[in-house]
Design a protein around this ligand. Structure first.
Ligand code: SF4
Length: 115
């Protein structure tokens, strides 16, 4: 596929595990601001848990960072390291599945349309 076309089709990548953590007013810790509306993405609470330990050892963050959660077509996508499988929030709100391919991606739409 033409590189310009491919890059124009890449959705917003999730930045969970890449830039920081979000702490809600009640002390709950999440991987991003949008994640505060996804209960299963809660990583801990500042009153009980170490931010350093969460950042370096949390299984959800490490799974997102490693890209081990990717399914097809993302798993075989040539820009997966850049895109990181798209935006996890999109997957969750549309598929109720935190690890589903981002349905906003045109390549994902094309793949679903073919299968
Ligand atoms: S197929 Fe997956 S990894 Fe590739 S651009 Fe789309 S969402 Fe990103």
């Amino acid at each position: 596929m033409d590189t310009d076309i491919l890059y124009s089709r890449i959705p917003i990548p999730t930045n969970w595990g890449e830039v920081g953590l979000v702490i809600a007013p009640n002390g709950d810790i999440y991987p991003g601001s949008e994640a505060t509306s996804i209960p299963l993405s809660k990583l801990g609470n500042i009153k009980n848990d170490s931010l350093v330990e969460i950042w370096f050892s949390n299984p959800l963050l490490n799974k997102i960072r490693s890209l081990s959660f990717l399914r097809e077509p993302c798993k075989s996508c040539e820009v997966k390291k850049l895109c990181r499988g798209g935006f996890r929030f999109n997957a969750y709100i549309t598929k109720n599945d935190l690890f589903a391919p981002d349905p906003s991606c045109q390549l994902v739409k094309d793949y679903i349309g073919k299968s």
